[in-house]
Write a protein that binds this ligand. Structure first.
Ligand code: MLT
Length: 265
């Protein structure tokens, strides 16, 4: 794990691999870079992997009350600056990491060679969902991350994954329990006011892979297939035996799709 420090925020990241395209991995909520364990292992021999902990998450530190998707995207760009990476990157984000990815494309377009959007959405929240986020932001500060693990875990992975990979589910739970409640609140407030980017999709013409677990209840496969259809240069991969955390629940299938996307014509 390495760190960069800039004006009160400390960003942690893992770097693996020395050659090939840069794969910038951005985790979902309320997690950290460890959710990419199977992709880091699979691609470090052919890619330069950078897996970041967004501000406040994992070993990154910040004290913001609210963090916008734009701010997280700017942090990623700044990290690339600090690492002196000028090459275009393949940005891979899951869910909240995808919300950040749309902003990364919008604000740092010259850096984006490819996109891999996993289990994410282009739409913003309706009022009820946004209110629920504000409620969680308020409650987590007094109750701690345990309430977030309890409410989110059953929606993050499919029922089958609970049976087949209890160790992975437990690791996910421990990641959430370790997460600073302030970071959870800040991200929820940021997600509650994030933009609807549906109208951007026809302009996003970089090669894009859209990946979704067949049993994802948070970002449904039909919705993600429609995202891919609205983008001029995107393909869609529906991942069997997986819910919202497809890269962790069925890494073999996800990695095959990424491999074909990156390395086949
Ligand atoms: C995530 O996995 O990042 C979250 O489910 C995103 C969200 O709450 O919309």
């Amino acid at each position: 794990m390495a760190f960069t420090v800039e004006r009160g925020r400390k960003l942690a990241f893992v770097r693996a691999g020395e050659k090939g395209p840069v794969l910038l991995m951005v985790h979902g909520f309320p997690l950290d870079h460890s959710m990419w364990e199977f992709q880091i292992k699979a691609f470090a021999d052919r890619c330069r992997v950078i897996a970041v902990d967004l501000r406040g998450f994992g070993q990154s530190v910040s004290r913001d009350e609210m963090v916008s998707m734009e701010q997280y995207a700017d942090d990623c760009a700044q990290l690339l600056d600090e690492l002196k990476i000028d090459d275009k990157v393949c940005y891979i984000g899951l869910s909240m990491g995808g919300y950040v990815g749309w902003q990364f494309w919008k604000r740092h377009r010259a850096r984006v060679g490819r996109l891999i959007m996993c289990d994410t959405r282009a739409k913003s929240d309706n009022e009820e969902v946004a209110r629920g986020r504000q409620r969680m932001a308020y409650e987590v500060l007094s109750q701690g991350a345990g309430m977030v693990a309890d409410s989110m875990l059953p929606r993050l992975v499919s029922p089958d994954t609970f049976q087949r990979y209890p160790d992975r589910v437990e690791a996910l739970k421990q990641t959430i329990l370790r997460t600073n409640p302030e970071a959870i609140a800040a991200a929820q407030r940021g997600m509650a006011v994030r933009l609807d980017v549906t109208s951007w999709l026809p302009q996003i013409d970089v090669p894009t892979l859209v990946v979704c677990g067949v049993d994802d209840e948070i970002s449904r496969p039909e919705e993600m297939e429609a995202i891919a259809a609205a983008m001029p240069n995107a393909r869609f991969a529906c991942i069997p035996d997986a819910g919202h955390m497809a890269p962790l629940e069925n890494p073999e299938a996800v990695n095959r799709s990424i491999d074909a996307f990156l390395f086949s014509a």
